[in-house]
Write a protein that binds this ligand. Sequence first.
Ligand SMILES: Nc1nc2c(c(=O)[nH]1)N=C([C@H](O)[C@@H](O)CO)CN2
Length: 121
Amino acid sequence: MDRVLIESLAVETVIGVYDWERTITQRLLLDLELATDIRPAATGDDISLTLDYAAISERVTRFASDHDFALVETFSERLAETLRDEFAIPWLRLTVRKPGAVPAAAAVGVRIERGTRPEET
Ligand SMILES: Nc1nc2c(c(=O)[nH]1)N=C([C@H](O)[C@@H](O)CO)CN2
């Protein structure tokens, strides 16, 4: 199955388990792979027939500013659910990185896959 990609999308959100993290926003970096068949859009050269990566990026940014979670796990799960519901995405892979959370690491975070890959049905 084809994928629409969004890579290293930077968003600001309140995220973290420690008291000091509840009073600030921090940057998360997101990678998304969104399964879709791109051929109908390509045939008609029609954005309405594909997943609009600009619209989805805007939705992710708004989700981040509207929510406040302790764990990157919760952020990821809730975001995946929101995107799949609102954009009818059959399968996605979402990577959420929290740069600087562990100073000795370039980034830490989670990667999840949700839904069913269309070719697996
Ligand atoms: N698996 C996780 N481990 C940790 C998380 C998390 O969200 N998921 N969060 C923290 C702290 O908020 C940390 O990022 C602060 O530097 C620790 N471990």
